[in-house]
Design a protein. Structure first.
Length: 172
């Protein structure tokens, strides 16, 4: 090894050690922070049919509402959840819709996930999503700068069917 290679390696190690101090502020294990709960109202499922990838379904989104500590508003009609039931009966979820915050800001949501809700004899239901947001600059642009996870479940009894409850958490 020649001297310049040794010095270059030392510089890399020094930079890495210095970066270690910056990394100390980052948690090794992520946490979750509740963002909002939404109730999305739906039209009945439309069976598109068998495709080379599996059975395709479309679930139109007709509206709803959402509320959390930092944001609240309504879900706009016109979106849809495109579902693909695979050969193992697990279903890939791909919902695309708009939300409107109380201040009028329009927020585009794309919520992709996986569920075993159509798997016969599943011992436990698995319904998880990864929502991503496109919010305008302003009070809600914090949605553009984080990773989120979500859960799906049945709506409260008082909500007319069909509908779904969506809970969203920011990964900290």
């Amino acid at each position: 090894m020649i001297r310049r290679d040794f010095l270059a390696g030392g510089a890399v190690l020094a930079a890495w050690a210095g970066a270690g101090n910056a990394r100390a502020a980052v948690a090794d294990e992520p946490g979750l922070e509740f963002v909002y709960e939404a109730i999305a109202t739906l039209e009945p499922t439309i069976e598109v049919g068998q495709t080379p990838l599996g059975t395709r379904r479309r679930v139109p989104i007709t509206g709803g509402h959402f509320a959390g500590p930092r944001i609240r508003g309504k879900i706009l009609a016109g979106g849809a959840d495109w579902q693909l039931q695979r050969s193992d009966n697990w279903t890939v979820i791909e919902a695309d819709y708009m939300m409107q915050a109380e201040d009028g800001a329009l927020i585009h949501v794309r919520n992709v996930g996986l569920t075993n809700s159509r798997v016969p004899d599943a011992k436990q239901r698995y319904m998880r999503t990864i929502p991503s947001f496109e919010a305008p600059e302003g009070p809600h642009d914090w949605l553009n700068r984080a990773v989120f996870v979500g859960t799906l479940g049945p709506p409260p009894e008082a909500v007319p069917r069909p509908a779904v409850r969506i809970r969203v958490y920011r990964v900290t």
